[in-house]
Design a protein around this ligand. Structure first.
Ligand SMILES: C[S@@+](CC[C@H](N)C(=O)[O-])C[C@H]1O[C@@H](n2cnc3c(N)ncnc32)[C@H](O)[C@@H]1O
Length: 245
């Protein structure tokens, strides 16, 4: 039995391929959430751009942002590189990004409606792939596939900057660690890095954050060497700089 169904980018996709829009997280498809996103979440884009400059980003660099959201990073990196491709599966997020682009003074950002599993890079291979708080929308099988696709988007020696909720503890500690994380939420969810307890519970329950000790072998298997890894003290967040070998 074979089947072909629609895809984020409008092309047909095989029936066995994960539907990345359905797994994008319902908040990312919700206009109210997207409207509030930039007051709720500061992606620290200026610091991230400086970090990439330390890793070799120049005004000639090609950057692909997978799961770009409202484009905080894409718009910040655009003035200091040659080309930015901002990729996301959520049409609502992309509408917000398009609206910002019409007022921003940048002309080198391309917006692509696709996902980790469907984005087809065109032109010179990327020097940098950037992805923040998006990979956890894929179950682990698909994370491994997505990382291999990200590797193919990059030139050899190119850099992946990956940040996400990635658990750095043992399964036996899960209840205690997750409960401690949920207890840090203030219960409002209104603004200023302000995720509610319900937001965090939903993340753990319905999304696919994995363990550092599963993600890191996936990165290596996909063809990356991990050059830098930083973990939050509570074992909830991890950020990586990984080089395409
Ligand atoms: C929490 S937001 C992060 C946005 C942005 N990277 C930031 O740091 O502010 C997660 C984003 O990932 C996108 N996303 C979810 N699943 C995706 C997939 N399979 N491929 C690409 N983007 C995806 C969502 O639509 C959303 O815009």
């Amino acid at each position: 039995m074979t089947g072909v169904v629609g895809t984020a980018g409008g092309r047909s996709r095989p029936g066995w391929l994960l539907d990345e829009v359905l797994s994008a997280g319902r908040e990312n498809l919700d206009a109210d959430h997207v409207r509030r996103y930039d007051t709720k979440e500061d992606a620290g884009a200026a610091d991230e751009v400086r970090l990439l400059q330390d890793w070799g980003l120049t005004d000639g660099s090609v950057v692909v942002d997978l799961g770009a959201g409202t484009g905080q990073f894409a718009l910040t990196v655009a003035p200091v590189c040659a080309r930015v491709v901002a990729v996301d599966v959520s049409p609502v997020m992309l509408d917000a990004l398009h609206a910002k682009l019409t007022t921003a003074r940048v002309s080198n950002v391309e917006v692509v409606h696709a996902g980790f599993l469907t984005y087809e890079h065109r032109g010179r291979p990327a020097d940098f792939v950037y992805s923040r708080y998006a990979l956890h929308h894929l179950p682990d099988f698909w994370k491994a596939v997505a990382l291999e696709r990200a590797r193919r988007t990059l030139r050899s020696g190119g850099v992946l900057r990956l940040s996400d909720v990635v658990y750095g503890f043992d399964p036996a500690e899960a209840g205690e660690r997750i409960e401690a994380w949920c207890a840090t939420a203030d219960g409002e969810g209104g603004g200023g890095d302000d995720w509610s307890r319900l937001d965090l519970e939903q993340h753990v329950r319905d999304e696919h954050s994995t363990f550092t000790w599963l993600l890191e072998p996936m990165l290596r298997r996909a063809g990356f060497s991990i050059e830098d890894a930083t973990y939050s003290p509570d074992g909830i967040f991890a950020t990586y700089v990984a080089r395409a070998t």
